[in-house]
Design a protein around this ligand. Structure first.
Ligand SMILES: NC(=O)c1ccc[n+]([C@@H]2O[C@H](COP(=O)([O-])OP(=O)(O)OC[C@H]3O[C@@H](n4cnc5c(N)ncnc54)[C@H](O)[C@@H]3O)[C@@H](O)[C@H]2O)c1
Length: 324
């Protein structure tokens, strides 16, 4: 049986999720759309019902589960509305635009007593990240000592202000680092380069591992995400994700995409497929609401440190038993 999915927010990410649902997700279909901009909703609908408000989409009996891809500030209230309706959600990251709002989502889910929320930290579904985790978990690298992350964008839009490099971009590395290492972050240092970027963030884990991350949202040359895990017996890193190697003018070079959609296309596809399977089975996969809260809580404390002395002792928890 095919399950009906509603997509709220049909900008860059919502349109991509709608495309994946329509063309690349067996067992599910795009049933409904809502966007604050009705023309955008119509452009993506292609036969799906266009709703006039998000509440009627969530309540509709055509809609079995919901993808939220509207702006960060809308995530917490929309996920809570889905929890109240008892409908599963794949919510784009971050779970909320503040740690307090993310915690309210966790409390609503704990109140319901079952997990309905998956947060769209799609690197958990990227084949390269998954291979690093598989090799690390197999133990052949020895104990992990260091994780290096690089997160570079071509350019940030004008509305993308200083803390958003942490609360909207670096949240990916918080989640991926916790997931890859199986560790919790306990402290952080942050410093900004000339003119405010790039950011250099170092975190320490509860196992004394170091996690370093460069976040450079105006790196010009291309969208480039990299990670290297260093163990006591070896290292493993992502291979270049380039589709081509261009030889010209006595030089060879990789190519970089303009943004995250081509780079993580396979991760978005696998994330959707696994989420749909989990919804059908009444199970959960990927980053939970708790993971979403922890990422937002750490990001908020590091953003606070950036505006202050550059050092943070990270506080969150305790984790409710629902997420054990
Ligand atoms: N997982 C990832 O790799 C990834 C990448 C980029 C963005 N994102 C996240 O996806 C979300 C959307 O980002 P985007 O880049 O697609 O932004 P976007 O600006 O391209 O699209 C946002 C859409 O939401 C609509 N919108 C605005 N207010 C709304 C409301 N109240 N209700 C419903 N729709 C509303 C806008 O009209 C627009 O069509 C953000 O939360 C962002 O953090 C995730």
């Amino acid at each position: 049986m095919s399950i009906g999915i509603g997509v709220i927010g049909t900008g860059v990410m919502g349109a991509e999720h709608a495309r994946i649902l329509r063309h690349e997700t067996p067992g599910a279909h795009l049933a409904g759309i809502f966007d604050a901009d009705a023309a955008r909703a119509q452009a993506v609908a292609s036969g799906a019902t266009v709703f006039s408000d998000p509440q009627s989409l969530i309540a509709s009996d055509q809609i079995d589960a919901i993808v939220i891809a509207s702006p960060d500030s809308t995530h917490a209230s929309l996920t809570r509305a889905c929890i109240a309706a008892g409908k599963p959600v794949l919510c784009e990251k971050p779970l909320a635009s503040s740690a307090a709002d993310a915690l309210e989502v966790v409390k609503a889910e704990v109140g319901l007593g079952r997990k309905l929320i998956q947060v769209g930290y799609m690197r958990r579904f990227d084949p390269g990240y998954r291979e690093i985790k598989r090799v690390k978990d197999a133990g052949s690298l020895g104990g992990s000592v260091l994780l290096h992350n690089v997160h570079r964008n071509v350019r940030a839009p004008d509305w993308f202000n200083g803390p958003m490099a942490i609360t909207n971009s670096f949240v990916h590395e918080i989640d991926a680092s916790r997931w890859l290492l199986g560790s919790e972050m306990v402290s952080a240092r942050v410093a900004a380069g000339p003119g405010g970027e790039p950011l250099m963030i170092t975190m320490k884990t509860d196992k004394d591992e170091l996690v370093s991350t460069e976040v450079f949202v105006n790196a010009s040359y291309g969208y480039h995400v990299h990670v290297e895990l260093v163990g006591r017996q070896g290292t493993i890193s992502l291979a270049p994700a380039s589709l081509t190697l261009l030889n010209r003018d006595r030089a060879g070079g990789l190519s970089y995409p303009d943004n995250w959609v081509p780079r993580f296309e396979e991760a978005y596809r696998r994330q959707m497929a696994d989420w749909v399977s989990a919804v059908k089975a009444g199970a959960s996969v990927g980053a939970s609401a708790w993971d979403g809260y922890v990422a937002s809580a750490i990001a908020e404390q590091i953003a606070g440190a950036l505006a202050g002395g550059g050092v943070a002792t990270l506080k969150y928890g305790p984790r409710p038993p629902l997420y054990d």
